[in-house]
Design a protein around this ligand. Structure first.
Ligand code: FE
Length: 139
């Protein structure tokens, strides 16, 4: 996307773990709140290229556009950029013996996936995102 929008800081969504557990499916809860990773090639959107906006499965914030989705072959939905820079937050993640950059929803702090620097676009970024963290809002 070339017209990356900078939006004003949104109000944060904060809920207790009990509330999240009641609202989310077990898979959504495991990914968003416990930073689990779904098994590769199993997610609903791995091979979906329908047009629309991918919103956070936890809070509904728009996160990624289908325009930026590409087939990385890695087994998870991959995007070259977020819908807006303010939609996602990044954190250093040293778990599992690797140094990675974790990607979170900036509004509810839900875990989405990781960003790597081996993407095909001009920025070279590959946002590798769990399907369970997303919901497609079709165009
Ligand atoms: Fe969210």
């Amino acid at each position: 996307m070339t017209d990356t929008k900078q939006t004003a800081p949104q109000s944060k969504v904060e809920k207790s773990e009990k509330e999240w557990r009641a609202e989310l499916t077990p898979m959504q809860y495991a990914v968003l709140r416990e930073k689990a990773t779904e098994r590769p090639f199993t997610g609903e959107y791995d091979h979906s290229f329908d047009p629309g906006t991918y919103v956070c499965a936890g809070c509904g914030q728009p996160l990624f556009s289908s325009d930026d989705k590409f087939d990385s072959g890695c087994g998870w939905p991959a995007f070259s950029a977020p819908a807006s820079q303010s939609a996602v937050a990044e954190e250093r993640d040293g778990s599992h013996g690797m140094i990675r950059t974790e990607v979170l929803c900036s509004k509810c702090q839900g875990h989405l996936g990781h960003v790597f620097d081996d993407g095909p676009g001009p920025d070279g970024l590959r946002y590798c995102i769990n399907s369970a963290a997303l919901k497609l809002d079709p165009k």
